[in-house]
Design a protein around this ligand. Structure first.
Ligand code: LMR
Length: 397
């Protein structure tokens, strides 16, 4: 059976993680995988998470099964976090939520649901998009196509080209959008642009499938959720896949949600029944521990305040690093403009070097970024910014 299988190449992001670990050079810099790091290069467990986890240990009296849709209290708390406490949606009864194994699980659940709705659906993803979007969503059997998104000349969104492409899509197409902190470019839609997209979605009856993996790490929790909140208020149908990996630092615990909004409460109920069947047939139930931690945090004013403070500190560190990196690069590469890095948001930016230069950064300077030159800004430190900028200058020479 297995003799016929081909050996696949490593995942472009996870393979880099392994290569970085194997590198013994003390000066090595990890700007590869999207994991937040502090100025000591560590990804510490958040204080709010530590305290909540303690409460979970004290309160937990059983490890018996919960349900394919997960922990109801966690799901309800996540609806409030994602859409805000007073969203008009809550009065309509049109939203249902399932807990998922991370944001990846939510994306796959959403893709499977779309496929059950219509096998012919085409999912349009931004060009470029996160490296795992196409395998994850396309793995359900749906066809994937790309719409223009990133303008490498400005480091911003190619908005006119994006709108023109969406306007030309067949009606009822599915469009995968990033709520904020676009992965891999860091180029986000402004609030005005989200508003301008709305009539396009209405006119073409497009289904938005929004991936929100970085709520709170861009401009703030409410700001980063502007798009999903607006679309949820204005459109008949919507899917939002949420990850708690980054904003709660719960990566390996696999915590996420999928929110489905149907045109009527009955359509939402039908979607929920399908989602629980999909979960049951793929993995039966999501893991509970991380979700229980998030639920403890969101249920407690003190823990929520502690978490919001820690989340703000992570966000501010990224903003500060972006500014400092622009200054360092201006010093080491004066002939090239890197100011776009300071205008972008979240953990990622494209450095804008060639594949050969990205490989030279790795092989000659022990700087680990993906071949497409995506870098995780949060992987930098005050102490290695200058080294990083000089390495960039060297490969650009
Ligand atoms: C990333 O983009 O690096 C992260 O989301 C981790 C992953 O699973 O790829």
């Amino acid at each position: 059976m297995f003799e016929k299988l081909d050996r696949l190449p490593d995942d472009p992001i996870l393979g880099l993680m392994a290569a970085f670990r194997a590198d013994s050079a003390p000066q090595k810099v990890d700007v590869g995988v999207g994991v937040y790091r502090n100025d000591r290069g560590e990804t510490p467990i958040l204080e709010a998470v530590r305290r909540a986890e303690q409460l979970v240990f004290e309160k937990e009296s059983t490890k018996a099964y919960i349900a394919p849709e997960g922990n109801a209290a966690f799901n309800a708390a996540m609806e409030k976090l994602v859409f805000g406490n007073a969203h008009s949606l809550f009065a309509t009864g049109r939203m249902r939520t399932v807990q998922s194994p991370g944001g990846c699980g939510a994306l796959r659940l959403g893709a499977e649901l779309i496929r059950l709705g219509s096998r012919e659906s085409i999912v349009h993803v931004s060009n470029p998009t996160w490296g795992n979007h196409v395998p994850l969503v396309g793995g359900s059997g749906l066809r994937i196509e790309r719409y223009p998104y990133y303008d490498a000349a400005t480091g911003g969104v190619a908005f006119a080209a994006m709108v023109a492409a969406l306007n030309a899509l067949p009606e009822r197409s599915v469009v995968l959008l990033h709520a904020s902190c676009h992965n891999p470019t860091g180029a986000d839609l402004s609030e005005t642009q989200w508003r301008e997209l709305l009539p396009v979605f209405k006119r073409r009856a497009l289904l938005p499938f929004i991936d929100m993996a970085y709520q709170g790490l861009g401009a703030g929790s409410a700001e980063d959720a502007f798009g999903p909140r607006l679309f949820a208020a204005e459109l008949p149908e919507l899917l939002v896949a949420v990850s708690c990996s980054k904003n709660f630092g719960l990566y390996r615990e696999r915590v996420g949600t999928l929110h489905v909004i149907g045109e009527t409460p009955a359509a939402a109920d039908a979607s929920l029944s399908q989602l629980t069947r999909i979960a049951r047939t793929m993995y039966s139930m999501p893991p509970d521990h991380g979700a229980a931690i998030v639920q403890e945090i969101l249920a407690s004013t003190a823990l929520s305040e502690c978490w919001v403070e820690e989340l703000s500190a992570m966000r501010e560190r990224i903003v500060g690093l972006r500014r400092a990196l622009v200054q360092q690069l201006a010093r080491s590469c004066p002939e090239r403009d890197f100011s776009f890095i300071g205008r972008q948001q979240g953990m990622f930016s494209f450095l804008g070097v060639t594949v050969e230069q990205a490989r030279a950064l790795r092989e000659c300077h022990h700087v680990y970024l993906t071949d497409d030159s995506r870098m995780n800004i949060a992987g930098l430190r005050d102490s290695n910014l200058e080294y990083f900028a000089q390495a960039v200058a060297h490969v650009l020479m």
